[in-house]
Design a binder for this molecule. Structure first.
Ligand code: 5GP
Ligand code: MN
Length: 344
């Protein structure tokens, strides 16, 4: 590995090593609605601990997209909403919770309260801004492309870089790829590429990983995307903003499966001049909103200030109990507050 400085605090690594001595069993918990980075980092850590002879299991708050289910050791992911008893039993016997790719219990979905009350040691590995200082140990670094990149550094800092084999490398590369739009955004630090180079040197098939994740649309999903762009997209030129809305009824019409709308919010950013894109989706009696932007437009601010959410500058999320119509109306009402930032 090229000697570009790593980002893991070595004192914290020593602390973690001490904690490991007392560990009986670990529960690795990705965020609710896990994406490639959350599942990739969880599976990489699972394989790492297995090699170290430490019992670990991944407890996902809810289902994760089918396009990730080819990943090595996928069968080790237990889904709380599907296998509650099994998950609760594992959590009960664990004395360490490893929270990955999120930094507040609010993002742990239905596991929020269970994790909050859990008596075990709590450790976080994450790259989101503004972590809640709630855990025993936090490896929190926003200057990385992804949690997977940080997990690479974490394993290396533990002195176990040589344990990163092709299985772990496939998982880590997947998270780096999905969190950076295949290395198009959030990936300008040379260190990311040293890490990617090291992962590739394990003999992983980058083209296959890309194809497994991105070339797996069902016909219904492709038609839903066409419908979104053709019938549902509204471009607010004055604000260089595009919005798409999807109701439950519309999703049903296209036989919606979990993960089907993943990435749809990015498409309008390919329109010349558009720098903000939102998708509003009706989900479990709420409206979930995904925000994306280009350049310096902080969509996490809009998500935080008006939609009970947050996230990164260019990729954020939020939710509201308002109806779809009212949620869109609220967004249009507050948009002028941000006009100066958007239209510079
Ligand atoms: P997505 O649009 O893919 O659901 O989320 C994009 C990013 O926004 C996530 O990586 C996460 O950082 C953030 N995010 C999504 N939903 C929420 C939310 O409800 N609360 C907060 N604080 N951040 C969110
Ligand atoms: Mn991430």
């Amino acid at each position: 590995m090229n000697n570009v400085k790593g980002r893991i605090n070595l004192e914290q690594i020593e602390e973690f090593k001490e904690m490991l001595k007392e560990v009986r069993q670990i529960a690795i918990v990705p965020h609710s609605g896990p994406d490639g980075d959350a599942i990739g980092s969880s599976l990489a850590l699972y394989q790492y601990f297995k090699k170290k002879g430490i019992a670990a299991r991944i407890i996902s708050p809810n289902e994760y997209p089918v396009f990730l289910r080819w990943l090595p050791q996928n069968a080790e992911v237990a889904v709380y909403t599907e296998q509650a008893d099994e998950c609760l039993k594992w959590l009960e016997n664990s004395n360490m919770i490893l929270m990955v790719d999120h930094n507040s219990y609010r993002r742990s979905g239905d596991l929020e309260e269970i994790l909050e009350k859990h008596p075990g040691k709590k450790v976080m590995i994450d790259h989101h801004p503004d972590p809640e200082s709630i855990l025993d140990l936090m490896f929190s670094e926003v200057a990385v492309s992804s949690t997977c990149e940080l997990v690479y550094e974490f394993i290396a800092a533990l002195g176990d870089g040589e344990l990163i084999d092709a299985g772990i490398a496939e998982c880590l590369y997947t998270g780096i790829m999905t969190d950076t739009g295949s290395l198009s955004y959030n990936s300008s630090d040379p260190r990311t590429y040293y890490i990617v180079a090291d992962l590739l040197s394990q003999g992983i098939d980058k083209a296959k990983i890309h194809s497994n994740v991105y070339d797996n649309y069902s016909a219904d999903r492709m038609k839903l995307l066409g419908y979104c762009l053709n019938d549902k997209m509204e471009v607010l030129e004055e604000y260089r903003t595009a919005i798409i809305t999807l109701t439950q009824e519309e999703l049903k019409k296209f036989n919606f499966k979990d993960g089907d709308t993943e990435g749809f919010v990015n498409y309008p950013l390919s329109i010349k001049g558009v720098v903000v894109s939102l998708i509003f989706i009706e989900k479990n009696g709420m409206v979930k909103i995904s925000f994306r932007s280009k350049g310096d437009v902080p969509v996490n601010m809009i998500a935080r200030e008006h939609f009970n959410g947050g996230g990164h500058i260019n990729a954020a999320g939020g939710r509201t109990d308002l109806s779809m119509q009212k949620a869109v109306a609220l967004f249009k009402e507050v948009l002028p507050e941000y006009k100066n930032i958007i239209v510079e």
